[in-house]
Design a protein around this ligand. Structure first.
Ligand SMILES: C[S@@+](CC[C@H](N)C(=O)[O-])C[C@H]1O[C@@H](n2cnc3c(N)ncnc32)[C@H](O)[C@@H]1O
Length: 430
């Protein structure tokens, strides 16, 4: 079983790094092959860990192997990373980590490589100096791609190291209490009674609860009854900032999987919400979330830019634009993003974001407000988008963000234990 777990971890890491699959897709498929919850958790821990330490694992291997394994042997190269990761970062006895990894090589048709793998792992065990990266490039020291480090250095000369360090941390589990079902105070009490310690760190986000320890959310009180959702505190600011009134027509133009749509409906019953997304499969999650939380919205599968296909001609009072982005603010939750995202992705993304912003603006009532949001830390997707938009749109102006007062907010990962996010609230002249 343990050898199978290591073989699965190697295959998943190979699929992500060499084949460009997302860990959110590949990992659950691997976990389904394991029967027990602790094994599923260990598989996640190993895959997340390899993503977080990849350049250092590669550097160690370069010192111990003549050349990396290639072509059909690539999964076995990842198996070696899996083995090294366990030896260095997990509390698994060395002999078990080594023997199970060597055994996993057989499962991956690497019978001929068991000696090599054994030798590499024993060297790692014997030579702690292999993990001295003080003379290595910053890509290796910080375990991020060089292009992203350069972008962060330019954008945040004082904070780039803190951002990279925060990206290596495990993210806390934040819940959003469904105030239509239960009050946050009662839910905190229910958690306490279940022996789960949690807190409410933000006075102005009364439904945001942070758990002291991660856990299987399906075991928390009221999961099936829709008492709560999992949502980072940064994302929970969207409903606070957009602040719609009951009866208003609201568009969530990029809504899937529905976290912010559901929050808006929980916060303001009687909202006329259109939850749109161009990805019909992801949109299914919006429908499921609405059902579980007992909320209602008009759910539409369409490209927001193709207004002829979905817009009924009525202007919206408020619009939420949680646009597709690089997701560079949520690397601590999705450690594979740093490897999947390429520098060349950014320009097409910013072009799409600007198009969505321009298009949605035409659907907004005069006097209405639009909240622009990303989970990116790159200025090109955030402040620079607004500068470009405001320069062209003379009926647009920035509004102070409720509770904060500033005209936009770049949250950096780890700040008050939140994900990296960006918000700006735009007003359309009446
Ligand atoms: C950041 S995610 C939205 C997350 C969502 N707001 C939530 O809180 O759960 C961005 C979404 O934009 C959608 N999207 C991208 N381009 C789009 C377009 N042209 N029209 C509509 N949706 C689009 C993607 O399918 C993706 O689901």
């Amino acid at each position: 079983m343990s050898a199978q777990l290591r073989a699965l971890a190697a295959e998943i890491c190979y699929q992500v790094i060499d084949q460009g699959k997302s860990l959110s897709d590949a990992l659950p498929k691997g976990q389904q092959k394991l029967a027990f919850a602790p094994d599923k958790a260990l598989l996640q821990e190993i895959c997340f860990g390899v993503m977080r330490q990849l350049p250092q694992l590669e550097t160690v291997c370069q010192q111990l192997m003549d050349k990396p394994l290639i072509k059909q042997l690539r999964p076995l190269q990842f198996l070696i990373y899996v083995g090294i990761y366990q030896l260095k970062f997990l509390r698994i006895p060395d002999h078990a980590a080594i023997s199970e990894t060597v055994e996993a090589a057989r499962l991956l048709k690497g019978q001929n490589l068991t000696k090599l793998i054994n030798a590499v792992l024993r060297n790692v065990q014997r030579k702690p100096e292999l993990f001295d990266f003080s003379q290595a490039s910053s890509a290796v020291q910080f375990n991020h791609p060089g292009w992203l480090i350069s972008e962060l250095q330019q954008a945040y000369p004082q904070q780039w190291q803190a951002v990279l360090t925060a990206n290596q941390q495990k993210a806390p589990l934040w819940l959003r209490v469904n105030q239509q079902q239960i009050s946050a105070a009662d839910y905190l009490q229910a958690l306490q009674q279940a022996g789960i310690s949690a807190s409410q760190p933000f006075a102005y986000l009364p439904v945001a609860i942070k758990l002291d320890q991660a856990c299987d959310i399906t075991t928390l009180p009221g999961y099936a009854a829709g008492w709560f959702s999992v949502q980072d505190a940064a994302a929970q600011h969207a409903a606070l900032f957009l602040a719609p009134e009951p009866g208003e027509q609201v568009l969530d133009a990029c809504s899937a999987p529905g976290g912010k749509s559901c929050h808006l409906l929980e916060q303001t019953p009687g909202l006329q919400l259109t939850a749109l997304d161009r990805d019909a499969q992801r949109l299914q999650r919006v429908t499921e979330n609405l059902q579980r939380l007992q909320l209602q919205a008009r759910v539409v599968a369409a490209d927001v830019l193709d207004t002829a296909s979905w817009w009924q001609g009525e202007l919206f009072d408020r619009i939420l634009l949680d646009v597709p982005c690089s997701a560079t603010g949520v690397i601590r939750r999705h450690p594979d993003i740093r490897w999947l995202r390429k520098k060349t992705d950014i320009a097409p993304l910013t072009e799409l974001q600007q198009q969505i912003l321009q298009c949605a603006w035409r659907l907004l009532k005069p006097g209405g407000t639009l909240l622009y949001a990303t989970c990116s830390v790159l200025p090109a997707e955030n402040s620079a988008q607004l500068t470009q938009f405001l320069a062209q749109q003379n009926d647009a102006s920035l509004l102070p963000l409720p509770e904060l007062g500033s005209s936009s907010w770049q949250i950096l990962p780890g700040e008050q234990d939140m994900d990296g996010f960006f918000y700006a609230l735009l007003h359309k002249a009446a």
